[in-house]
Write a protein that binds this ligand. Sequence first.
Ligand code: 3AM
Length: 195
Amino acid sequence: MRGRGARWVGGFMPGNGSDGGTQRLFLALWPDETVRCAVAGLARELIPDGRLVPPENLHVTLAFLGDVPGEAMPRVRAVGANLLGSGFALELDWIGCWPRPRISWIAPSYTPALLVQLHCELRRALRKAGFPAPARRFAPHMTLARRSAPHAFHNVTPVVWSIERIALVRSHLEQTGARYEILYEWPLQPRNTRG
Ligand code: 3AM
């Protein structure tokens, strides 16, 4: 079930009976250090107010799973391990805000077809595995700040991000804000390279 090249990154090994509780989980694209630094710099420069997301928390959510019981973890792992998709480049070149949730974000002005396909595959796999598929329309974005007042949109020099894997992330809600823990990462693998 574990895809070639997949790896545990931290946290307890779910599904091994060591914890009967739930974990608040989501699947995401997680940036490397170069992308994280570039985006954090743009956020500091261009977001006028609000609470900036700490650089180590920056990500693009693919699907929020909510509180997942321990016994469902093997199904989450199977979804990630068996997901088909090809790597692609994402150009983050558009900074804007959504006034209602009071969020500032950076996003690609053009969504690559491979990202749309990946999200469709993920929706399908989640539904098949018995998880609620994301209800909202997919609007790929990286949240840069919360509680931010409406501000101007900016075209920025693209931060080019080479996407090669997806991450299963646990969200710990703490007094100081969310802390994210990457539990597992799976490389994107097109259909014809699956063993
Ligand atoms: O990636 P962003 O910042 O847009 O807002 C939460 C964050 O999204 C979202 O999941 C991401 C990782 O925490 N989130 C939190 N609760 C949610 C919920 N009940 C949710 N998304 C959908 N439904």
